[in-house]
Design a binder for this molecule. Structure first.
Ligand code: GTB
Length: 217
């Protein structure tokens, strides 16, 4: 059955790979699954056809036969459960890898998104200069904890898993902030993720769509 995902017709990041279709593409590449992409405009995302797939009018979505999914956590988990390569066979190691997926989405990503919003959406507010250091310190606090856990390991729990795929995807959003470089083992961890052939294919595929188009927004 053909897998079809949705992505921005024109990503606001101009092809930096930060839109969330990249993590789904990456998971599909790791799993060796071919897929097609339907590009959607910001307007089409809010129209009934797309809202039928995604109640919040966002990308990415995932269709496979009569299955339609939204939310990258659910999509990557679905791919990881059905194909080899993203979750360990051992039941306890598998449960821990899933815990890292949740940690990436529920514990690490929220302060990173808060920082992105503080910079992009609130930068012109009179209180922004005072608030920004607080938001940055929340990110630093989380990264400090993650850095301590990762220590000198290559991946979070043994071999690369969907937990690492999700964590690296979340941390990538920080690359331009400079904060990631304050934690050299995390910067190296992200670089290891980016160096994976499956990530490189996923990145190249989204870039091929967005290269040469002025960023949306
Ligand atoms: N929790 C959902 C998930 O994980 O699937 C969140 C999905 C989501 O945020 N989708 C965004 C979207 O569709 C695109 S990825 N936004 C349009 C809308 O809500 O109307 C988020 C994103 C967008 C842009 C950049 N960027 O330019 O750097 C990075 C990330």
């Amino acid at each position: 059955m053909t897998i079809v995902i949705t992505a921005f017709e024109r990503s606001p990041d101009g092809g930096k790979g930060l839109a969330r279709d990249t993590r789904v593409r990456w998971a599909l590449e790791e799993a060796g699954q071919p897929y097609e992409v339907r590009l959607v405009s910001f307007r089409a995302m809010k129209e009934p056809a797309h809202l039928g797939l995604h109640p919040f009018g966002q990308i990415p979505t995932y269709e496979e036969g009569d299955l339609a999914l939204f939310e990258t956590g659910a999509i990557v988990f679905h791919i990881a459960e059905r194909h080899a390569g993203l979750l360990p066979d051992d039941a306890n190691a598998r449960a821990r890898a899933i815990a890292w997926m949740f940690a990436a989405l529920n514990t690490v990503e929220p302060p990173i998104l808060e920082l992105a919003n503080a910079r992009l959406l609130e930068g012109d507010q009179p209180w922004s200069k005072e608030r920004l250091p607080l938001v940055e310190d929340r990110v630093r606090n989380r990264l400090g904890q993650l850095s301590a856990r990762l220590s000198a390991a290559d991946w979070l729990d043994g071999a690369f898993s969907a937990g690492d795929l999700m964590m690296v995807s979340v941390l990538l959003r920080l690359k331009s902030s400079g904060i990631l470089d304050e934690f050299p083992n995390l910067a190296a961890y992200v670089a290891r993720g980016e160096a994976r052939p499956a990530y490189r294919r996923a990145f190249a595929a989204q870039l091929a769509i967005n290269a040469g188009k002025p960023p949306a927004g």
